[in-house]
Write a protein that binds this ligand. Structure first.
Ligand SMILES: O=C(O)CCC(=O)C(=O)O
Ligand SMILES: [Fe+2]
Length: 360
């Protein structure tokens, strides 16, 4: 088994998934129903939400990952996008390649992504929340002019409408979570909202399709990685395969599919804003030989002009000095996206490249 699979998909032995991965002791489950009964603009809201905030703070500290139910995203919007995603990936490869990502515009279809230089067993379709996004010039040689990234939609389908409608609904949930997480950091609920509004918004949605894999012990659907943005709001189907690295002991645990739930994870940007109070957790996707799997992450990202740095209210020069240098999110994302396009001899840009040399 596995001989028919291109070795470009093979993980190094230490990164291959074990035949069975525990679902017990996995990520916390949080009920968001208090959100619908409390008006967040009410000055007494933080008190009414105190139980929920405690659960969120513990989940973000201990795991960087959790599942939510009673989240308020209308299920039919996700179901519609899931149906469109299935229909798209069922098209002949030549059709899908008509909307392929290329070196200039990283949006659309892609089936040769590498994570840490090993090929992922998946195909994806990416679109931004806005159909056109201006990417400012960075001023480096070869990058003197602004570019536009454009969503590429297949002509025949309702994917565009379903995608935008879903994006609006899931973004509301992302803002609600951002506001709650801000409260747990001891800053105002709206402290971070401004980073997500305005020109060049960069949140995007990825449709993931993991076909059955004849060598699930050698390959991964997505290799181990951390998400670079602020928050990820992920819908998975009932197949399962998302593995999260448990902070307490470094073991991989499988996230159990729960109907009508979302999986939320803190990305690198919240790690930096919180000055490492919350850490972006490593995760990966295992595949199986019997069933295909679909998932839809919403990557909630600030605008491209955002300077990311530890929040001044969180740091303290004496007891909690800033652990990161400021960096520009647009430059970071563009560098990442360009390098994702091809297999690299060197490692991708990571937040620890901005880590300051401070004593813990
Ligand atoms: O498919 C999944 O469950 C997770 C995918 C993922 O981690 C990603 O696309 O960044
Ligand atoms: Fe991820």
């Amino acid at each position: 088994m596995g001989l028919e699979v291109d070795p470009a998909f093979f993980q190094d032995p230490e990164h291959r998934p074990k035949p069975t991965i525990d679902e017990a002791g996995s990520i916390p489950l949080i009920d968001l129903s208090p959100l619908s009964s409390v008006n967040p603009d009410d000055p007494h809201a933080p008190q009414a939400l105190v139980g929920l905030l405690g659960e969120l703070e513990a989940a973000c500290t201990d795991w960087g990952f959790f599942q939510v139910v009673n989240h308020g995203v209308p299920p039919h919007l996700l179901q519609r996008l899931q149906a469109e995603a299935r229909a798209f990936f069922a098209l002949p490869t030549e059709e899908k390649r008509r909307v392929s990502r290329d070196a200039i515009n990283p949006l659309g279809y892609f089936d040769t992504e590498h994570t840490k230089n090993v090929r992922d067993w998946k195909e994806v379709f990416d679109f931004m929340v806005d159909d056109e996004v201006v990417i400012p010039a960075w001023g480096e040689p070869g990058d003197e002019q602004a570019k536009t990234w454009k969503n590429r939609w297949p002509e025949y389908s309702e994917l565009r409408e379903a995608g935008h409608e879903y994006a609006r609904a899931v973004e509301k949930l992302a803002f609600a979570l951002l506001e709650l997480i801000s409260l747990t950091l001891g800053v105002g609920a709206k402290r971070l909202d401004g980073f997500f509004h305005g020109q060049s918004r960069s949140s995007f949605i990825r449709l993931n399709h993991y076909p059955p894999c004849p060598a699930p012990h050698l390959a991964l659907g997505v290799g181990r990685h951390k998400d670079a943005g602020a928050l990820t709001v992920l819908a998975q189907d009932d197949v399962g395969g998302l593995d999260v690295r448990r902070k307490s002991d470094g073991e991989w645990v499988r996230v159990k599919p729960i109907p009508d739930s979302y999986i939320i994870n803190v990305g690198d940007i919240i790690q930096v804003w919180s000055n490492d109070k919350y850490e972006s957790a490593e995760h990966r996707v295992s595949v199986n030989s019997e069933r295909e799997r679909f998932s839809i992450p919403f990557f909630f990202n600030p605008t491209l002009s955002t300077t990311v740095e530890p929040l001044e209210e969180v740091v303290d020069e004496l007891i909690n000095p800033p652990k990161y240098e400021a960096y520009n999110w647009g430059v970071f994302l563009k560098t990442r996206r360009n390098s994702n396009f091809r297999k690299l001899a060197v490692e991708n840009l990571q937040i620890y490249h901005f880590k300051k040399n401070v004593q813990e």
